[in-house]
Ligand binder design. Structure first.
Ligand SMILES: [Ca+2]
Ligand SMILES: [Ca+2]
Ligand SMILES: [Ca+2]
Length: 254
């Protein structure tokens, strides 16, 4: 039924649900997020106190999947900064129902309210990326994806366990369906050394491929959640990982 409504909604809204399903973005076509340079230290506490965040480009997650009801379409704001040591991410989510169940590292936080970041440290669409997915308990699922690696099967390698910092704030009650919550934030500091092997120095002017994603679960006892993304995915399978749909980040000094 949900798929039916997705198709109808897509026809009604004129979204290219099928037409571009297999289309790959090529260099020059990808939408680009301009990453400003952090002018001072950033603390991963989930608070946007640092002056540098004022300079960060703000993007919303406007591409929704698996929506069951209007409440599944909640607003998100995404910001990113960089310096010579780190990438900094800030997710700001409106959310009327805070939900976090997973407590096991490398488990399934993506079934909860979850902030996700997929990154490929080159400016092209290739069939591997790093993934970071974290819920409100700061429970992480981090991995390397080999997209459709063999016999069309995509492999997630979970024993990629990099060191990075995550800070969370939330306004509401977690896992209580009886009240109305306000929202939550997540701030990441991901050291560039996590991506060593790729070029991680003299990044000014360089571009990396990435996607940022939100999972929004609104019922404690139902694993159903809606998904929204920064860049369009146009994917029939409702999978957010096809790397040929990633956008770019461009490192600037401004
Ligand atoms: Ca902060
Ligand atoms: Ca891992
Ligand atoms: Ca939620």
């Amino acid at each position: 039924m949900r798929i039916f409504f997705t198709v109808i909604a897509s026809l009604f809204l004129g979204l290219p649900l099928f037409a571009q399903a297999e289309k790959e973005l090529v260099i020059g076509e990808q939408p680009t997020y301009m990453v400003s340079r952090a002018k001072g230290p950033i603390v991963a506490d989930g608070k946007m106190d640092e002056a540098s965040w004022v300079d960060a480009e703000v993007r919303s997650f406007d591409y929704f999947f698996r929506m069951d009801q209007p409440a599944d379409e909640q607003k998100s704001a995404f910001r990113m900064l960089w310096d010579d040591q780190n990438l900094y991410l800030f997710y700001d989510f409106e959310d009327t129902s805070l939900t976090a169940r997973e407590t096991q590292y490398d488990g399934r936080p993506y079934l909860d309210d979850c902030a996700e970041f997929f990154c490929l440290p080159v400016p092209d669409s290739l069939y591997m990326h790093y993934g970071f997915e974290v819920n409100m308990w700061k429970v992480r699922y981090d991995y390397i994806v080999l997209w459709q690696f063999y016999n069309n099967r995509t492999v997630f390698i979970p024993d990629f366990n990099p060191e990075y910092e995550v800070g969370v704030t939330y306004n509401g009650t977690i896992n209580d369906d009886t009240d109305v919550d306000k929202g939550w934030t997540m701030e990441f500091i991901i050291p560039l050394r996590v991506f060593r092997g790729f070029n991680t120095w003299n990044l000014t002017g360089q571009q990396w491929a990435f996607q940022a994603v939100r999972q929004d679960r609104n019922k404690v006892d139902d694993r159903f959640r809606s998904t929204s993304t920064l860049f369009p995915t146009y994917d029939v399978q409702l999978d957010v990982h096809p790397p040929y749909r990633f956008g770019l980040m461009e490192f600037t000094n401004r």
